[in-house]
Design a protein around this ligand. Sequence first.
Ligand SMILES: *Cc1c(COP(=O)(O)O)cnc(C)c1O
Length: 321
Amino acid sequence: MSLRIPTYADVETARGRIAGLAHRTPVLSSRTADARVGATLFFKAENLQRAGAFKFRGACNAIGALDADARKRGVVSYSSGNHAQAIAYAARLLDVAATIVMPSDAPAIKLSATKGYGAEIIFYDRYNEDREEIAGRVAAERGAAIIPPYDHPDVIAGQGTAVAEMVEDVGALDMLVVPLGGGGLLAGSALAAGALSPGCRVFGVEPAVGNDGQQSLQKGEIVRIAVPKSIADGALTPAVGRCNFPILRERVENVVTVSDEELVDTMKFFVERMKIVVEPTGCLAAAAVLHAKLDCAGLRVGIVLSGGNVDLPALAGFLAG
Ligand SMILES: *Cc1c(COP(=O)(O)O)cnc(C)c1O
C-alpha cells in the first residue's frame, strides 16, 4: 500500500469540512504563566472541543472525506480513548454508522460515552487479541472504511486545523509546542505552522517513559517501544505512524519529555489559576513550557491543550496529591 502524506492543502480542505461541526475553540492566556517563563504564551483550548479533545477534528475530516457510497457502508475504528468518542460523535452528526473495537476492560465512563453517541461496540481481549486485525475483519465484511487514530492523511489534516485557527487568531508564533502520541496532532500542527507562521520552531512533547518519538527523530527511523505506563494515557503509543513520521522529520525541531509529576503540577495550575480542566495527556506541551524544558524567554509561544477528558475520581486524586 502506498502512503499518501498530507500537505497544508489538505489542512485547508479539512477546515472547510469541519466548519460548523467542530468548535472554533478559544485561545487562552495567563499573566501568571507568562511571568513564570518570561514569554507570551497562547493556549489553544482543545479541552473545550466537542467530545472533549482535538480528535473530533480528525474524525470529522476523515468521515467527511468519504463519498456517499462509502458513508452508507459505515466506519470502523479502534481505540479505548478520545478517538473512539470522537469517531462515534462525528459519525452520528454526519449520519454514518460507526463500529468501535474496544478492550473489554475499557473504563465504564468511556464505554458509556461511546455508546451514548450511538456507536456499535465490539469488545476484544487486549491481552490475547489484536484490535487492528479485528477492525480489519469487521471492515472487510461490511465494506466499511477504517479510520485509525493517527496514521491516516485525513486524520492528520483534520488535527492541523486547531493550530491554523490559533495562528489566525493571535498572529505569527516564534515557537509551537504540541503533545505527541502517534503523531497525528503534531504532524498536522507542523503543517499548519509551516504554512501560516513560517520560521516558527515546532516541538513535540512526550511522557518521559514513552519517548519513542524522540528516539525516532534522533535515529532517523521509526523506533518501536514497549507500551509505557504513564498518567498521559492518550500518548501511550508504541510508535509514531508511517504517514506522520516524514512530516515530523521535516518540520519538527525536537521532542522533549516531561514526568508524571510535572503533568500533575500542570493540571493543578490549570484548575487553580486558569479555571480549566485539562487531562494529563492534554498537559504535556504546557508542562514542558512551565517546567523549562524549552528556552522560551521573550518568545511568542503557541501551546496546544489537547484534551480535557478525565474522570472525576481520577481528577480529585490528582488534585489532592
Ligand atoms: C490522542 C491524544 C493525544 C496524542 O495525539 P496523537 O495524534 O496520537 O499524537 C494527545 N492528547 C490527547 C488528549 C489525545 O487524546
